[in-house]
Design a protein around this ligand. Structure first.
Ligand code: ATP
Ligand code: MG
Length: 492
């Protein structure tokens, strides 16, 4: 059992109960008087059990954000405090469940028993409690794993216009963790209830609830819950991380989170800053992002990877909220609506996407071949633009490059909800770099992407195990691959 970080030791609780009086209610913000000793982030309760969180102060009053369905709170009602910062139940039992932003189950499957209580606005692990990232987070999306690989403990922003495939990529990453022992948390923030239900159905169908859970802060929940949801997801994840597990948290999306925070701040009468967002929106998001970590061995070596999603308007990644998030994450995957409209799936713009630390953790067997693939692919894109401008005949070399580029583009096409295991990707990349695919037609390449790996499984049943264990192309693997390529081409 790893040592407990200091903040997680049981709190010495002191009971100060104050009874305040509601002085005014404005949408989801309540002002209350006679509560001199409450602190920011503290939880309070109204008559009838509805809870609220202290968000600020005026000269006389406490400002409280209502956490829960809009209830009939009126001036004169009582408010009770218990001098406790907001804590949430956490534990193993949350796996497989759907909870709201207060970690209360909303799936109709009865209560969840808490192993412990964690403070929802915990500080991120300190530098001393961390070590550098060293293990791949296998996203299962070819273009990501090859060109912008992810590492466990990393924060990778998914950025792009509406309806470009952002959520699909994150869901694919979750589907791909099935055999990987990674606990997955999907958190909906301000997205529609129906879009969440689609994800719930998919999770049920693919048995994601064996290793996953959902935090629901959909648009149909209160503003307070939408604000809290990402912190709740993070807090539930921290329990697993501090117990030595790897966790993947998808925050869908932080644009909406910024919107609700803006709404709250305006009602709290705080001076608006850029684009009317509150001045501390940067601080708020960066504090959240800091909580992703790869813990050191002394703390059990668990990790928490974040895939925050942010929406852009007309491809403009220079908006306030997207630039903030780009600067506080370890890279971004940029979805382009132009590529999406041209039919590319996934519509990821390779030129604008980067993973700043994931390369360190990439399988060596992927590293070399994907580097040359990236270069070839970028050259192909340039060449493609040039050939659209010019009509002169192409050199043999340019034609070969174009051909190879088309093959890469075809290889990187991937349907939704069908993540590709890393071993499979290694095999395909090997064949690509040996120029085995250059002679194939697009239809043949599509067939190859499924067939070749399946055939190898018959010819060399041990190969995928060898690849996963070594993560390097050992001699035996190369020999197997070479032979397989020969068989495959002989088959016709
Ligand atoms: P929103 O802005 O509404 O949240 P989004 O960027 O999250 O949208 P998705 O909902 O993931 O986008 O995808 C948009 C549409 O594109 C969906 O209908 C989805 O099924 C489809 N789609 C996304 N990726 C793929 C893919 N790789 N293959 C096939 N269809 C895809
Ligand atoms: Mg989405």
């Amino acid at each position: 059992m790893p040592a407990m970080p200091p903040e997680l030791k049981p709190e010495i609780s002191f009971e100060v109960r104050e009874v305040g009086t509601v002085t005014s209610v404005r949408e989801f913000i309540v002002k209350a008087a006679d509560m001199p000793s409450v602190i920011n982030g503290q939880i309070v309760e109204f008559d009838g059990g509805l809870r609220g969180m202290v968000m600020g102060f005026t000269e006389k009053d406490v400002q409280i954000l209502i956490l829960g369905p809009k209830a009939r709170i009126r001036a004169g009602d009582k408010v009770y405090s218990s001098a406790k910062a907001l804590q949430l139940p956490v534990g193993e039992a949350f796996r497989g469940r759907i909870v709201n932003a207060l970690a209360e189950p909303v799936d109709g499957k009865g209560p969840v028993s808490a192993a412990e209580y964690y403070s929802v606005f915990r500080d991120a692990p300190s530098l001393m409690d961390r070590k550098s990232v060293e293990r791949t987070l296998e996203s299962g999306t070819r273009i990501v794993d090859a060109i912008m690989p992810l590492a466990k403990g990393q924060r990778q922003l998914i950025v792009g216009d509406r309806q470009t495939g952002k959520t699909t990529l994150a869901i694919d990453a979750i589907l791909n963790q099935r055999e990987q022992g990674v606990i997955c948390i999907y958190c909906s923030i301000g997205k529609s209830y129906s879009s969440l239900m689609k994800i719930v159905d998919l999770f049920r169908e693919r048995q994601v609830f064996d290793y996953g859970l959902i935090v629901s802060g959909t648009a149909s929940t209160s503003v307070g819950e939408q604000y809290l949801a990402p912190y709740t997801a993070c807090t539930l994840g921290e329990y697993f991380m501090y117990h030595g597990c790897d966790v993947l948290v998808v925050l869908d999306d932080l644009t909406r989170h910024a919107w609700v925070y803006r709404q709250i701040s305006l009602l709290l009468d705080r001076a608006p800053g850029r684009e009317a967002y509150p001045g501390d929106i940067f601080y708020t998001h960066s504090q959240l992002m800091e909580r992703a970590a790869q813990l050191s061995d002394a703390y059990g070596g668990g990790s928490m990877t974040f895939l925050p999603i942010v929406e852009t308007l007309q491809g403009d990644a220079t908006g306030y909220i997207p630039t903030n998030l780009v600067s506080m994450t370890d890279g971004q995957i940029y979805f382009s609506s132009a590529l999406f409209n041209r039919g590319m799936r996934p519509a990821i713009d390779v030129g604008l996407s980067v993973s700043r630390i994931g390369n360190r953790a990439q399988w060596p067997a992927m590293k070399e071949p994907s580097r040359s693939m990236r270069i070839d692919y970028v050259q192909y894109k340039e060449l493609l633009q040039m050939t659209q401008l010019r009509t002169t005949e192409l050199s043999k070399e340019a034609e070969r490059k174009l051909r190879h580029g088309q093959v890469i583009a075809e290889l990187l096409v991937q349907d939704k909800y069908s993540p590709v295991p890393m071993e499979h990707q290694v095999v395909d990349l090997y064949a690509l770099n040996r120029e085995m695919l250059d002679a194939l037609s697009p239809a043949e390449i599509r067939r190859f992407k499924i067939d070749f790996y399946a055939k190898i499984g018959e010819w060399f049943p041990n190969l995928s195990k060898i690849l996963r264990e070594n993560k390097v192309l050992v001699d035996e693997a190369i020999a197997n691959l070479e032979e397989s390529m020969m068989y495959y081409s002989q088959q016709g």
